[in-house]
Design a protein around this ligand. Sequence first.
Ligand SMILES: O=C(O)CCC(=O)C(=O)O
Ligand SMILES: [Fe+2]
Length: 375
Amino acid sequence: MEKEKKGCSHEVTIIDQNGQTHYVQVPVVQELVRQGLSHVPERFQVVHQDNPVTPSLVQDVSEAPPSISMANLLIDSKPEDSRAQELAKLARGAKKWGMFLVTNHGIPMSVLRSLKDVVKGFFSLSFEEKKESVGSYTSIDNMGYGRSFVRSDRALDWIDRLTMRAAPEGADEGLHVWPQTPENFRQVMEKYVEEARKVCDELLQALAEALSLERLIFLRNFEPIESVVNVRVNYYPPCPRPDLALGLTPHSDASGITLLTQFDATGGLEVLKEMQWLKVAWPQDALLVNVGDLLEIMSNGRLKSPWHRVVTQMNKERFSVALFYNPPPRAEIEPVRDQDSSGESYKKVVVENYLKHYYKIVPTKEKQAIMYAMV
Ligand SMILES: O=C(O)CCC(=O)C(=O)O
Ligand SMILES: [Fe+2]
């Protein structure tokens, strides 16, 4: 049996169901792979639990989450009937899937290329160099270079992650979580966040309009100075047995809205639909949007956050960057009410209380955290 190189582990804080804090050491997957590991260690094997890596289906394209052209959604976009059609497509996709692709998003290619360069630059460092570059920050916020979704009674995901708080300004004071190498990492990521945030703000308005709601009804919760943006780089190294381990365990995002970009169209993201895992066809250069739990609450269940997971691949590594956009922690979000609320009823929640609850119970086998906000 190959041995894990000593010291190559993330230190993770977990809180158990009784509120007790534990520190656990979790192997760094990238380092296991670099050492030429040819098996999947037992701690990563989901088959030992009652949730095996169930096989997934390739989607019929006509049945896939829709691809929305952002350029056609803009308020001054012409002709008006193509805008109306795009809004209708957005409404159908967001209601049916809680997930959609975005093309013509306006984020310059040069920004996306630099993002890919700095992310790959960071992950090409040795473990020691990474640790030196980023202070690993052990907290339930899972900031810095490390892990998330760790629970002692669940298999570990085949992933290494780097998480940073990009907004509000000054929120990372005292947290040394931005890589120092590559030198321009932070500058590039902040430029990406600035551009991506414009896309999110536009989409939040378009989503409200698509649902025949007042255009600002969702965006109003995202107060410009205090709203929170967390960015997380997900690195999935190649896995010797994709049938035994998951890249990312099934979950819904706790966010308002999540904007995802992947490099090199590698695939791996899957969504659960009618009890079946479906592979998401995700073309090069498209962004992918997930409705988060907080937007599900704001929309009073008109939109549902999708239950999704990431599978691993034998010969391919994969990178994605997830941007989680949330209203301020103290904001109280109120579900929209009117006659066509289709029976779903959510209650007012304070953002930070919902997030605390979410992090206390995840990962769960089913979509459970949202129950907290249901009447
Ligand atoms: O890697 C992906 O495509 C999805 C990542 C994801 O679901 C997350 O970071 O919450
Ligand atoms: Fe996610």
